[in-house]
Design a protein around this ligand. Structure first.
Ligand code: FAD
Ligand code: UDP
Length: 391
């Protein structure tokens, strides 16, 4: 088990004087980026690491816990692990066993619950047709609006499936989620959701799709369970950075906050999560139901589908998009990339700090991409030494 996390008060009890003359690394953030680097630096390179997080728990946004009813929930929204990277999957497999899980999502459109990503069944059921895979390809070609160069999130969808499907499945959802029209967002946002001509109704098509058998938090506990890693929760790094000695910082929080917003606030989209427990075994047919056109929330997710837990009750979460609040999503659009570039210049000029993760590098990354980025960062930090000793 991981040792008891340190609280700021522990410093007054002399723990720090006796335990250490200083840390090699101060890691800000105990999410995927911070925890992977802590693990590698401590276990592989023998470095002394202090991980601080201002939240009262490890795991960052992937943190999970049992709610009052005893249902395993994801307080920061549903987190489904999927990757095509064998390296990432093998690395995480050192800290957890897995439960195979393939996520399925239905979209509530025109009074029906239809598969999203759009596939042949979506089209047939929406329009009352009976097209084959081949015919649906022709159908898409007949309704698609050619776009000279696909630049925006609107272009991606209308150039593939036309205006009606775009309006029904993407326009409203995106406006709600981002507070922007798809035409104001980079193509990469809606391009996350493919279009299919077959009957595959899985949300992801990656080679590895699985959930940590005992949850994410247990996996993070195993990662951080090392004598060279100390974890201090409920602590902003600014509270301790000047009086706990450290050599190098790894920062995984929002990059604009690190530089005191000197070029202005970099937009991050937030969400409000509303959790409910219901006295029934199942609330909805699949892990997530999207509501592109109705209600103020974008989607409802039911955790037991995702975790495989058996329980007489069930817990769900509604996601309400917000402009203000904890930063969850970078907002991919040209003017934000421009502003990020200004901060990125300062990152270059701050050699004793390494910036890693979704918020610190302002990239709309999934968990596996953050793990890959952190592993690559470790190789860069330790150079040849890391490559030689990697276990
Ligand atoms: P975070 O997890 O955000 O960790 C950063 C940590 O730094 C936080 O714990 C924060 O408290 C701490 N911190 C920040 N500033 C300070 C400070 N000043 N002092 C101390 N600590 C600080 N990815 C998937 O692969 N599959 C999914 O299904 C999926 N679903 C998602 C659903 C939602 C609603 C959201 C928001 C994200 C989802 N993601 C998903 C993305 C996933 O959450 C991220 O890729 C991953 O958690 C990012 O890890 P990170 O370490 O970069 O950042
Ligand atoms: N999207 C949409 N309709 C949907 C699902 C997704 O318009 O039914 C768009 C929307 O802009 C969303 C983006 O595609 O923000 C990416 O969707 P994803 O499910 O990957 O979002 P995340 O899980 O990261 O919130």
């Amino acid at each position: 088990m991981m040792q008891a996390p340190l609280e700021a008060n522990d410093m007054q009890t002399g723990w720090l004087d006796s335990a250490t003359a200083g840390f090699d690394y101060l890691i800000v953030g105990a999410g995927f980026a911070g925890s992977v680097l802590a693990e590698r630096l401590a276990r592989d390179a023998g470095k002394r690491v202090l991980v601080v997080d201002r939240r009262p728990h490890i795991g960052g946004n992937a943190y999970d816990r049992y709610d009052d009813a005893g249902v395993l929930i994801h307080p920061y929204g549903p987190h489904i692990f999927h990757t095509n990277s064998r390296d990432v999957f093998d690395y995480l497999s050192r800290f957890t066993a897995w439960r195979p899980y393939q996520h399925r999502v239905l979209a509530s459109v025109d009074g029906q619950l239809l598969p999203i990503p759009i596939n042949v069944d979506t089209v047939n059921r929406l329009y009352g047709l009976n097209l084959t895979a081949f015919q649906v390809e022709e159908f898409f070609a007949s309704v698609a609006e050619p776009v000279e160069k696909v630049k925006t999130s609107e272009d991606v969808v209308v150039s593939k499936v036309g205006r009606d499907l775009y309006n029904k499945f993407f326009r409203g959802y995106t406006r709600k989620q981002w507070g922007l029209d798809p035409s104001e967002l980079d193509a990469s946002v809606t391009a996350r959701v493919p279009t299919r001509t077959n009957r595959d109704d899985r949300y992801f098509a990656d080679t590895y799709q699985a959930m940590p058998m005992h949850g994410y938090t247990r996996m993070f506990e195993a990662m951080l369970d090392h004598p060279n890693i100390k974890v201090m929760l409920n602590t902003d790094y600014r509270e301790i950075q000047d009086f706990i000695p450290w050599q190098h910082m790894i920062y995984t929080g929002p990059v604009d906050a690190f530089f005191d917003y000197r070029y202005g606030k970099l937009p991050y989209r937030s969400l409000e999560f509303v959790h409910e427990t219901h006295a029934t075994e199942q609330f909805q047919a699949v892990g997530t139901v999207n509501y592109p056109n109705d209600y103020a929330y974008t989607r409802i997710s039911e955790f037991k589908h995702i975790t495989g837990q058996t329980h007489a009750q069930t817990s769900v979460v509604y996601e309400y998009p917000r402009a203000e609040g904890d930063p969850y999503y970078p907002v991919p659009r040209p003017e934000n990339a421009e502003l990020y570039r200004r901060y990125a210049q300062d990152v270059q000029n701050t050699p004793n700090v390494t910036f890693v993760g979704r918020l610190a590098t302002y990239r709309y990354y999934n968990m596996d991409q953050v793990v890959a980025q952190a592993l690559a960062t470790y190789q860069k930090l330790l150079g040849g030494a890391a490559a030689e000793t990697a276990d």
